[in-house]
Design a protein around this ligand. Sequence first.
Ligand code: ATP
Ligand code: MG
Length: 266
Amino acid sequence: MITVAMVMEKGGVGKTTTALELAFALARSEKRVLMVDLDPQAKLANGLGLRGQLPAQRTTLYHVVVEDVPMREAIVSSPSESAHGRIDLVPGHRSTEVIKGALEQKHEMEPTQVFPRALQKLAREESAYDVAILDCPPSLGFLTITALLAADAVIVPMLTHQQAYDSYPDTLELIKKACRSNPRLKLLGVLPTQYRRTSTEDHVISLIEQELGDKSVFHPVAISIRYTEAYTGGISIADYDAKAAEGYERLAERFLETMQTLPATA
Ligand SMILES: Nc1ncnc2c1ncn2[C@@H]1O[C@H](COP(=O)(O)OP(=O)(O)OP(=O)(O)O)[C@@H](O)[C@H]1O
Ligand SMILES: [Mg+2]
């Protein structure tokens, strides 16, 4: 199982959309995908066709990380036709927000390592998954750090506007720091989302390429209202509007190639 995290401090840049569309594209390529929603906003379930379908009393990531409940007890399957029966989810929940405090109260010595250990255990026990995709909140706090320590790869979805670019150095710094603690971690690249071909956006892309190298920026995902509509319907952009799906098709192709070269989570 290869684990990839979606990380960017700025909100609304397409982390959740990228997590969903990569999962749908991989499922179409016959990969089995586990998604883990580390964001207390808990939006992944909606995008996977599970809106209003999760019981209020359910096992959440909080129970897994704080109370040592096996991760498989928190897993639900996506009923979306775009998932082809190959996408499972550990849904998000408000309570993930308080995981850090709860682990500290338990005097856990390495709180950020608890989630990576739980994911490794699942990977060892359930050989069914080819890829795990972690969706992170718009912050560089505990939940994003723990995701980076659990991951083999990280993708940075980003609007190529000045405002998002302002958050980019701190995000990159955190990823570099995480690479020192987690030598498996590889920055796969920056994904421009909601892209319009303007000189400002192309300038931001060239700045990133200068810093990280030519292949560091994925082919951009064009701006399209269709993304919000596909999310609302709980289906993939490819099944909703194939023309708008090009950026994510290309991302999935690159990911499938690179996947072969990455050391697995377990
Ligand atoms: N290529 C696109 N074109 C237009 N709208 C898009 C595109 N990608 C995503 N969106 C829309 O932009 C909004 C923000 O996207 P998304 O929720 O994926 O960002 P996020 O980084 O996960 O946000 P947060 O930081 O709050 O978790 C959503 O309404 C989504 O449908
Ligand atoms: Mg999100």
